[in-house]
Design a protein around this ligand. Structure first.
Ligand SMILES: OCc1cccc(Br)n1
Length: 446
């Protein structure tokens, strides 16, 4: 090897103090940097969130799909200067293949559609909830993984598809108690940019790069943005005009600048009219500065934001009509969005809308002495076969312990299996909320 081994290829350090029998005084019990465990309480909140993602997808007639979290690195290699590319969680596997943990789901969706080819009847309405990764130098201490809900409509060129997708996100927000005064959607179209850049004969292949630079407009100083725009070949005049157009917040104003003939205006007018019909006009606003940070968008783009301006974008997406053809597939129109699991939880905390998702068990079943453990198992099975949840006490424990556990697991009732009752084919029942107590024949237990 070459002298000093680089940090990435250094052999793993042996555990702290390895005993003869491979024991260590204690492993590092934390999950890898930037990743999370989901112990029961956190998992209940995650399941509640994903259940709402899935319910909305069902309401809109979408079918669930998924893909490997590991993909060929080449699926995500785009040369537009995207952050998602700079932070790709990529490596060489043991077969010397360049692979990556997916940073987003859309390229995998495109890959699967091309793979399925003619066997798919369009339009497709597919959704996925998947873990996505990035490798960020921990200098910023941010997360390296999150879960994203994606909804995509494939094969519909009309703006009705984008209108449907925004409607689904509005439905999601309403389901969890978020209103139009909490959250809005900034909506624009990259065709606005296209029409401006064409005026200044900026080449098509720098279009993606220009979008990525503009997406940083609120994150880096405007002089830095101008410098980067210059470096992709834009003239000072073009840059000034572009920044001017990006500050437009009304469609009427935009029409004055671009004229009424372009596709951008037509698409946006149709979208705002459809929003009226869907009943979510109060949720959306035109904002020419929205471009989103992914290079492949080609038309309408949108992002959900918190009106207090405290948080990062909640969700976002748009039309990507060229993605499939850039992967060698047919020229199939597509649009979709991504909705992460992090910002939405921060928003719910801000709004005091986090749900109280406690553990709910119907029954706790306990044998009153050790030779009735089998009888208790029989009772548990009878209840479970009736679809009732049972926490079966698996060791002989004092009643005090059983009551404590019953309270912790929020059991509705305690089923006691005792000798005298069991001889009569009966069990004791205690309703824990009221304290009501009675005996009942096993057959009558429901
Ligand atoms: O939003 C960009 C992104 C991609 C992958 C993982 C995480 Br955390 N964040």
């Amino acid at each position: 090897g070459s002298g000093r081994s680089g940090a990435l290829s250094a052999p793993p350090l042996p555990p702290a103090s390895e005993g003869e029998d491979n024991t260590v005084e204690k492993i590092d019990v934390n999950p890898p940097k930037g990743t999370r465990d989901f112990p029961p309480e956190e998992m209940r909140l995650r399941n509640w969130l994903f259940h709402n993602f899935r319910e909305v997808s069902r309401l809109y007639g979408f079918e669930e799909v998924d893909f490997p979290v590991l993909e060929s690195e080449s699926l995500f290699i785009r040369k537009a200067g995207e952050e998602i590319r700079d932070q790709l969680y990529c490596f060489e596997d043991r077969g010397n293949r360049r692979v990556a943990l997916r940073p987003e789901l859309t390229p995998s969706l495109a890959r699967l559609i091309i793979q399925k080819g003619k066997s798919l009847s369009l339009p497709l309405k597919w959704f996925a909830v998947g873990q996505c990764w990035r490798y960020e130098r921990m200098t910023r201490g941010r997360r390296r993984e999150h879960y994203q809900w994606n909804m995509d409509i494939i094969g519909v060129p009309q703006v009705t598809a984008e209108a449907e997708l925004i409607s689904s996100m509005v439905t999601f927000f309403k389901r969890i108690g978020i209103t139009a005064s909490d959250v809005g959607f900034k909506v624009s179209s990259r065709k606005v940019l296209q029409e401006v850049l064409r005026l200044y004969s900026v080449s098509k292949d720098s279009f993606g790069k220009v979008c990525i630079i503009i997406d940083k407009i609120e994150k880096i100083p405007v002089d830095e943005v101008k410098k980067e725009l210059k470096s992709v070949g834009m003239s000072d005049m073009a840059i000034e005009e572009l920044l001017q157009v990006l500050s437009v917040r009304s469609l009427t104003k935009l029409e004055e600048i671009l004229g009424s003939e372009g596709e951008a205006i037509a698409d946006l007018k149709q979208l705002f009219s459809l929003a009226e019909k869907f009943g979510y006009s109060e949720w959306i606003q035109f904002d020419a500065s929205v471009v989103r940070g992914l290079a492949y968008y080609t038309g309408i783009v949108f992002e959900g934001f918190d009106r207090e301006g405290k948080l990062r974008a909640i969700c976002g997406g748009g039309r990507y009509d060229q993605l499939l053809s850039t992967f060698g597939g047919d020229d199939i129109p597509a649009c979709g969005f991504g909705f992460g699991d992090a910002v939405i939880v921060e928003l719910l905390k801000e709004k005091g809308l986090l749900p109280e998702v406690g553990l709910e068990v119907e029954n706790i079943v306990c044998a009153l002495d050790v030779d009735l453990q089998g009888a208790a198992a029989t009772v548990a099975t009878i209840l479970r076969d009736k679809g009732q949840s049972v926490d079966l006490v698996l060791e002989s424990k004092p009643l005090k312990w059983v009551f404590k556990r019953a309270t912790r697991i929020n059991a509705r009732r305690l089923i006691l299996v005792g000798n005298t009752e069991w001889q009569k084919g009966m069990v004791g029942v205690k309703i824990l909320s009221s304290g009501e107590q009675y005996e009942i024949k096993l057959d009558d237990l429901e």
